[in-house]
Design a protein around this ligand. Structure first.
Ligand SMILES: Nc1ncnc2c1ncn2[C@@H]1O[C@H](COP(=O)(O)OP(=O)(O)OP(=O)(O)O)[C@@H](O)[C@H]1O
Length: 230
């Protein structure tokens, strides 16, 4: 029996603020096969980032399960989850989150500091990742010496450098103009199609979603209809 890379069952998430409980996800069932590129869309406040953070192990569910490669990550301790995340998930955010004092090369090396690895090996892997995103010649540049699109490419290289199981992107083109956004989305598509990366991407932009293999719609914490693009 083939098993999905990510299996989500009856997933709920409630946040408590003082006496108030905010019920964000109401029971999500979703399978993401290995090699998929999924766009997650829905109105503001529908729970997209919450769902993405549960899949990426940045947060834990109220009830239900999240399995990745057959392992129940919702049952991990905080420490186990942090270690698992560092090994298995590459994160890409809207505002890049690069460290301004470090060069592109050193930013990309950062996730490897957690692995037991010599500095020459770290440098080599970071260079491979920068080459993959088309920035082999920008390794010495600091973030403020790069364009927004280049900064996001560096962030994608940083997310890829550990060879993660899953690339998790939250509005990766939300701060970019159309042309630059399309270049970054084409890069994500290439990583998916030619390098087999499994990608889940939250976006508000229907044009961005067209780069994915399918779109999953969230509405008020529940999955709506699914559309397959290609
Ligand atoms: N840590 C938290 N504590 C309390 N409520 C939260 C917390 N995080 C999110 N929420 C609430 O959960 C709901 C869903 O938030 P989420 O960020 O998942 O939505 P979203 O679909 O990604 O929205 P957007 O498109 O605006 O980014 C919102 O009503 C938000 O206020």
């Amino acid at each position: 029996m083939s098993e999905a890379l990510v299996e989500i069952r009856s997933l709920t998430k409630h946040y408590t603020r003082g006496k108030q409980t905010v019920e964000v996800l109401h029971g999500i069932d979703l399978d993401i096969p290995r090699g998929d590129f999924v766009a997650l869309m829905g109105p503001s406040g529908s729970g997209k980032t919450t769902l993405l953070n549960l899949i990426g192990g940045l947060d834990t569910p109220t009830s239900g399960s999240v399995s990745v490669e057959g392992r129940r990550i919702d049952e991990f301790s905080t420490g186990e989850l942090a270690r698992w995340r560092a090994e298995h998930i590459g994160f890409v955010f809207q505002f890049y989150n690069l460290l301004p004092v470090l060069s592109a090369q050193k930013n990309v090396e950062l996730p490897l500091l957690l692995a037991k690895m010599g500095s020459a090996e770290r440098a080599k892997r970071a260079k491979v990742a920068l080459t993959l995103v088309g920035l082999a010649d920008r390794g010495g540049h600091k973030p403020n010496e790069l364009s927004g699109g280049q900064e996001q490419r560096v962030a994608i290289a940083r997310a890829l450098v550990t060879d993660p199981t899953l690339l998790v992107c939250d509005e990766p083109t939300g701060d970019l103009d159309r042309k630059t956004a399309d270049e970054v989305l084409t890069l994500l598509q290439t990583l998916n199609r030619e390098h087999g990366k499994t990608i889940i991407m939250v976006t508000h932009d229907p044009k961005a979603a067209e780069f994915a293999n399918r779109t999953v719609h969230l509405d008020k914490g529940l999955l709506a209809d699914e559309a397959t693009a290609h």
